[in-house]
Design a protein around this ligand. Structure first.
Ligand code: AMP
Ligand code: GLY
Length: 446
């Protein structure tokens, strides 16, 4: 691993003397944060991760603070002269962590990668995101928003749509708030249940939208709030538990980057029709957005549409994306957070990255935790990122549904996938499950 020393020479950086390496705090503990930590640790920043996991403990200093404990995070930032905070998950951003840190007085406020509350509404409210897209002419499915008082109108609107019917809880629901239903009567029932609190407050309002048919991809941008942005490697996520994209939805069972159908022509359409209008729309709306924007897109007959915005990186996309990011990532993060990317671009490795998730048996339904994981040190040609693990009595044990991700670079999808599968074959724990077909659907586009 190449270690490049980041020397802080920005006069504008608070709290930092010239030629001192940066103190970086990364918030989160999943596979996404493991991959971000791995990349950040390649710069010579002093990296802290709150709360982190046993994997991040090998490359950074874990600090035992919950992502929701803003008081303790703020105190840690002040006491440890943190220069840059990178926020991994969306909930703290939606709840205002960036606002809180940026308001620290006395020149002690850090730079923050992650939007304030206003920008985080792009993920925090589906209705806000849809209104934003309509206002700025960004292609997305036709929709209307309803609540319990307008149930009858919602049913009338459903009647105007072709099945399957797409119902989305307005607020955050840990990736579970979207229902896609073929049957009209069942869709009406689901809607009633959503209004009655199926997803708590998050489904008090429900976005009903037209179903779009196509293949999905995830596009990531880092933006500086002043119109500057850089496009990171795109990726495809595999959401279903079973091979051939069958079975229940999960947080994601693997990812591939690059995405072969996202050729130059298609990426140019995405940039012109979606990325630029989004960045300009944020500025027009007075939202100073410094951080990652994750565009959940769908390719409908070679035209890109936005399915959703997220205000963070994707998981398990980040594990593939970070393998392809070259150069000094901390430098990019600092520039974005300072509001001056100034044309700096993310350098991208042309190789293919394949990530395979190793999950607990039973996931995404009930599963047991606490099984000892063997073989972690034996994997040599892949990077093993921890997601749901913990240390217990000197051993690493399973502690979540998605336990580990194994990520590899190769010349093409089959070779990258094979490396990850070889890596996985060396790791064992009771009930371990993974998909062997990550990326195979993309071979027809190569
Ligand atoms: P979301 O949380 O908005 O990303 O939705 C979760 C998943 O539901 C997406 O990744 C898509 O697979 C699917 N989905 C959401 N909206 C639509 C739509 N309008 N048409 C087709 N599929 C959709
Ligand atoms: N992998 C999809 C997500 O992070 O939301």
């Amino acid at each position: 691993m190449i270690k490049t020393k980041i020397i802080v020479t920005f006069a504008t950086l608070n709290n930092t003397q010239k030629n001192e390496s940066m103190n970086v705090l990364l918030i989160g503990s999943g596979g996404r944060e493991s991959a971000l930590a791995w990349k950040i640790a390649q710069s010579s920043a002093n990296l802290f991760v709150a709360p982190g996991n046993p994997g991040t403990a090998n490359i950074a200093k874990n600090v035992n603070i919950k992502v929701s404990d803003f008081d303790t995070i703020e105190k840690f930032v002040i006491d440890n002269n943190i220069n840059l905070v990178v926020v991994g998950p969306e909930i703290p951003l939606i709840d205002g962590l960036a606002d809180r840190l940026l308001a620290i007085p006395g020149g002690k406020a850090p730079l923050v990668v992650g939007p304030k509350k206003d920008g985080a509404q792009l993920e925090g409210s589906k209705d806000f995101a849809k209104q934003f897209m309509i206002r700025h002419n960004i292609p997305t499915a036709k929709y209307k928003t309803f609540n319990g008082d307008t149930y009858a109108q919602a049913v009338d609107f459903l009647k105007t749509l072709q099945p399957p019917y797409v119902l989305k809880a307005d607020g955050p629901a840990a990736g579970k708030g979207v229902i896609i239903e073929e049957n009209f009567d069942i869709a009406c029932n689901e809607l009633k249940e959503m209004f009655s609190g199926k997803f708590g407050k998050s489904s008090a309002e429900v976005v009903i939208e037209e179903f779009l048919s196509g293949i999905e991809l995830s596009v990531f941008v880092l933006t500086d709030g002043h119109g500057g942005y850089t496009i990171l490697p795109e990726a495809k996520d595999y959401k279903r538990i079973g091979e051939g994209d069958k079975g229940l939805n999960t947080g994601g069972m693997g990812s591939i980057s690059p995405v072969p159908f996202a050729d130059k022509v298609f990426m140019d359409k995405i940039e012109t029709r979606i990325i630029k209008p989004t960045i300009n729309g944020l500025i027009k709306d007075g939202i100073d957005y410094r951080g990652f924007i994750f565009f959940g897109l769908i390719n409908v007959n070679n035209d890109p549409y936005v399915i959703e915005y997220n205000v963070r990186m994707g998981d398990p996309e980040t594990e593939s994306v970070m393998l392809r990011v070259k150069g000094d990532f901390v430098d990019l993060l600092v520039s974005a957070a300072q509001g001056n990317l100034n044309g700096k671009k993310c350098e991208i490795d042309s190789q293919t990255a394949a990530t395979v998730v190793l999950a607990s048996g039973g996931y995404p339904e009930d599963y047991k935790k606490g099984f000892v994981i063997n073989g972690l040190d034996v994997v040599k040609d892949s990077i093993v990122f921890h997601a749901g693990t913990k240390e217990k009595d000197g051993a690493i044990v399973t502690d979540g549904g998605r336990v580990l991700t194994v990520s590899s670079l190769g010349n093409d999808i089959p070779s990258a996938l094979q490396k990850s599968l070889d890596g996985i074959s060396k790791i064992s724990f009771e009930g371990a499950y993974h998909r062997r077909d990550i990326g195979k659907d993309l071979l027809k586009y190569v």
